[in-house]
Write a protein that binds this ligand. Structure first.
Ligand SMILES: Nc1nc2c(c(=O)[nH]1)N[C@H]1C(S)=C(S)[C@@H](COP(=O)(O)O)O[C@H]1N2
Ligand SMILES: [Mo]
Length: 394
């Protein structure tokens, strides 16, 4: 186990400073300024040809996705904000780690420079909101759901850069009976229907913390954009978007199981939601008009939070017959990235002019296949059914 840079003396000093300077559970309020009245909730530009603007949220338009590009540029990545993007000064930023799951419960505060002394790691993973595809509960299944009416664009693939949470927690001094970690954001408190729920926060079990959880400052070779968590966000690969807390202010490590409304009231269907399901999208306009040709090549992507994609099938006759799509990297359907997405294309031969629905159904290596109907829940989470994409051949 290595903890470069933070030698024992540095750590003891940091720990001692932390113990005297801060009380457990204090989340800096500096960032709440970002939510000032009148300030935009999203800071990056939202060009209408690439993003659909929902106010505090925005989704990527699939018909603007470049089939030659594996990663989603941060500029085009969906944004999901409970409040508004805060402006945080990286020079004074600190992550607080505290709780009775640490050998020194008062904990430490680590600046970016200290965090960057740990071994750097990079990983590519699909980043997706739990509610992605939510609008199809209504338009395809006739069911009522509440929340942002995403189509399929609340998703992207990012190459993240950061350090392992495991390395940091080990260096800070983790107790063997620690079971739970709660991550809290520095954005303003979330007020819904007159109720103040406090800062956006969500707990996860120590197993995930010690497995592949990262503290990330980089995306696709750049610094995180403010809207995506600058200067530091948590990343729980393969898990639902809310698990990856942006503008990470604190981590509470506990010997008891922690909870928050973000894992009890929301993002919960018979238990806290964690691993994302299997989904697919075509890189094609909704209601696209395609000139009749003997060969029409359609492209798209499929992804899963659990495992690489094993197989993608396409139907142009409403699900009667299915044809295998061709992966872009044969034999390596995900393009070599563990929890990235699979790019594929499909050649549609000699369609007659007329109205069609294109159905795409993916299966992951964990054996999960997209169903015909998604399991309804009032929050509209996990719409994983095969989407019926309307096109007209003219
Ligand atoms: N602090 C904080 N973290 C957050 C959120 C938030 O509102 N505040 N939204 C969550 C949700 S619901 C999702 S889907 C992802 C969205 O990340 P992105 O905006 O970088 O795409 O961030 C998660 N982390
Ligand atoms: Mo989300």
């Amino acid at each position: 186990m290595t903890s470069p840079g933070l030698n024992r003396r540095t750590f003891l000093t940091t720990a001692a400073l932390g113990a005297t300077a801060v009380g457990a559970g204090q989340v800096a309020d500096a960032a709440t300024a970002g939510a000032a009245a009148g300030a935009p909730a999203i800071l990056k530009p939202l060009p209408a040809e690439r993003l659909i603007d929902y106010g505090t949220n925005a989704e990527t338009r699939w018909d603007s996705v470049d089939p030659r590009r594996y990663l989603t540029p941060q500029a085009d990545l969906f944004v999901r904000n409970h409040t508004a993007t805060p402006k945080i000064d990286p020079a004074t930023y600190e992550l607080e780690i505290f709780g009775d799951g640490l050998r020194e419960p008062a904990g430490v505060r680590l600046g970016l420079e200290e965090l960057k002394t740990f071994r750097h790691v990079e990983t590519t993973s699909v980043h997706e909101c739990t509610g992605n595809g939510r609008s199809f509960f209504t338009t395809q299944q006739g069911q009522e759901v509440s929340g942002t009416q995403w189509t399929l664009g609340a998703v992207g693939a990012i190459r993240w850069k950061g350090v392992r949470l495991k390395d940091v927690l080990t260096a800070v001094g983790l107790r063997h009976d620690a079971v739970s970690v709660q991550a809290t954001g520095l954005d303003a408190s979330y007020v819904d229907k007159g109720v103040d729920h406090g800062h956006v926060r969500r707990p996860f079990l120590i197993e995930k913390a010690l497995d592949d959880a990262l503290l990330v400052w980089g995306a696709n070779g750049e610094a995180l954009l403010p809207d995506h968590g600058f200067p530091l966000r948590l990343l729980l690969p393969g898990w639902i978007g809310i698990a990856s807390i942006k503008w990470l202010g604190s981590l509470e490590v506990s010997t008891s199981v922690l909870s928050s409304p973000w894992d009890t009231t929301w993002y919960n269907v018979d238990g806290p939601l964690t691993v994302n399901p299997v989904r697919s999208a075509l890189e094609l306009e909704w209601n696209a008009k395609i000139p009749a040709r003997d060969r029409i090549v359609l492209s798209g992507r499929s992804w899963s939070g659990a495992a690489p994609i094993a197989r993608v099938e396409v139907s142009t006759d409403g699900g009667e017959t299915w044809v295998r799509a061709t992966p872009h990297a044969p034999g390596r359907p995900t393009g070599g990235h563990g929890l990235g997405w699979a790019q594929w294309d499909f050649t549609w031969r000699d369609p007659e002019p007329g109205a069609y629905e294109i159905l795409v159904r993916a299966t992951d290596r964990a054996g999960r296949t997209q169903p015909d109907v998604a399991a309804h829940n009032p929050g509209g989470y996990f719409f994983d059914a095969v989407v019926r994409h309307p096109v007209t051949v003219v």
